[in-house]
Design a protein around this ligand. Structure first.
Ligand SMILES: [Zn+2]
Length: 148
C-alpha cells in the first residue's frame, strides 16, 4: 500500500487518502459523522459524503437544504470545516412531527449564517404543515438581518 506520510510505523497515518475515501463510501452516515470529528484530515476526506447524502453538492455556489423528517443537512453543514465560503443559503422547512424541531433548526441556521459571513442571499421557506409557524416570523426577520 502507498504511504502518504513517509513514516515507518505502518499506522493509520500511512493509509492513502484514496484508500480511506473508498472505505468511507461503505460506512453508514452516522459513522461518517464520527470519522469527520476525529481529525482535520479525516474531516476533509469524508465530509463530502455527509453533504452529498443531504443533497449538498457544492455549498460554495448554492447551499439549498430541505429540512424534513429524514434530513440531517444542518448536522452535515456543522461538520463541514472546509467550506471556504458560501454565497447563497436556502432552507425549506418541510415539516416534522416534532414541534420543537423547527425552533432548534432555526437556531442552527443562524449559527451557519454566523459561520459563513460570505452569505449574501438567504431564502427561508415554510411549507404548509399541521403546525402554525407564525411565531417564527421574528426569527425569520433575524435571519434576514443577519444575512446583511
Ligand atoms: Zn505513517
Amino acid at each position: 500500500m502507498d504511504t502518504v506520510c513517509g513514516c515507518s510505523r505502518q499506522g493509520f497515518c500511512c493509509i492513502s487518502s484514496e484508500a480511506l475515501t473508498k472505505v468511507f463510501n461503505y460506512l453508514p452516515l452516522h459513522d461518517i459523522q464520527v470519522v469527520c470529528s476525529l481529525s482535520r484530515r479525516l474531516n476533509r476526506l469524508s465530509v463530502d459524503i455527509l453533504l452529498a447524502a443531504n443533497g449538498i453538492l457544492d455549498p460554495t455556489v448554492k447551499c439549498h437544504i430541505r429540512l424534513d423528517e429524514n434530513s440531517d443537512a444542518l448536522t452535515a453543514l456543522q461538520f463541514a470545516l472546509f467550506i471556504p465560503s458560501m454565497s447563497h443559503f436556502s432552507v425549506v422547512f418541510a415539516g416534522t412531527r416534532d414541534i420543537t424541531a423547527p425552533a432548534r433548526d432555526m437556531q442552527r441556521c443562524i449559527r451557519i449564517l454566523r459561520k459563513f459571513l460570505s452569505i449574501r442571499d438567504v431564502t427561508v421557506e415554510f411549507l404548509e404543515t399541521e403546525h402554525d409557524y407564525g411565531f417564527f416570523t421574528n426569527l425569520k426577520d433575524w435571519l434576514i438581518i443577519l444575512s446583511g
